[in-house]
Design a binder for this molecule. Structure first.
Ligand code: BGC
Length: 255
């Protein structure tokens, strides 16, 4: 199994892409720490699925926009499983507001949940990795929008642009310590963040038409790659982003 006996922390781990990563990691033999802020029932359900797959999981309520709560996740992993091997900075939100419309509150919230959490999640995980003797993997769940503008979703794009540089900078700084830092850039994925699009047939048809593979991804189509790349099979990957987007960034309108 790809992650046998590794300890994996997933922020925003009880829904969407995070829940799919938590489950896939458990199915590959990992002990999983599921971070969540709401829906303890969803955390429990996921915990049961991971246990049924033969691995262990714990849910930890923590608001990753606060550094103290990120430390709580690391401490819980060390207390329960003795170490941390993979830190998945997955928690993310968007406001779908433009440069002109975004309020200070929109900006602060998106930056704190998406970027500040990933920055300090990387820092605290790296400190733990070093204390354990080196090695370890940080996975930053970014987006195609770390590169690609999305008009009307400005704070989100800015936060993902920051994650892009976090992955690059931290990968270069931490490589000599044997720590890898990977960015994953999903395109449109069928998760709660896209519920307004999935619920609107016209918007959904326009989105599907822009994707060469013709549809959104399922969360487990992102999770499979994360688990593979975080395992020793991905040992030479660091400091860059792998896009998993059905080709959306390369699409053209074909005039
Ligand atoms: C955003 C979605 C968007 C998708 C494709 C994701 O990162 O969260 O709102 O539909 O990218 O553009």
């Amino acid at each position: 199994m790809l992650l046998q006996d590794k300890t994996v922390i997933v922020t925003g781990g009880n829904s969407g892409i995070g829940a799919a990563i938590a489950l896939a990691a458990g199915q590959e033999g990992a002990n999983v720490v599921i971070d969540y802020v709401a829906r303890p029932d969803a955390t429990e359900e996921l915990d049961e699925r991971i246990t049924k797959a033969g691995s262990e999981a714990i849910g930890v309520e923590a608001d990753v926009s606060k550094v103290a709560d990120l430390q709580k996740l690391i401490d819980a992993a060390v207390k329960e499983y003795g170490r941390v091997d993979v830190m998945v900075n997955n928690a993310g939100i968007e406001t779908r507001t433009s440069v002109l419309d975004s309020t200070e509150a929109d900006y602060d919230k998106v930056m704190a949940v998406n970027l500040k959490s990933a920055f300090f999640g990387t820092q605290l995980a790296a400190k733990q990795f070093i204390a354990q003797g080196g090695g370890g993997v940080v996975v930053n769940i970014s987006s195609v929008h770390e590169d690609w503008p999305m008009p009307g979703n400005a704070p989100y794009c800015v936060s993902k642009g920051g994650m892009r540089m976090l992955t690059r900078n931290a990968g270069v700084e931490l490589g000599p310590k044997g720590i890898r830092v990977i960015g994953i850039g999903p395109g449109a994925v069928d998760t709660p963040i896209n519920s307004s699009t999935s619920a609107d047939p016209e918007k959904l048809a326009a989105l599907n038409a822009a994707i060469p593979l013709g549809r959104m991804a399922e969360p487990d189509e992102i999770a499979g790659a994360v688990v593979f790349l975080a395992s020793d099979k991905g040992a030479y990957l660091t400091s860059t982003t792998v896009f998993i987007d059905g080709g959306i960034m390369m699409g053209s309108v074909g005039l």
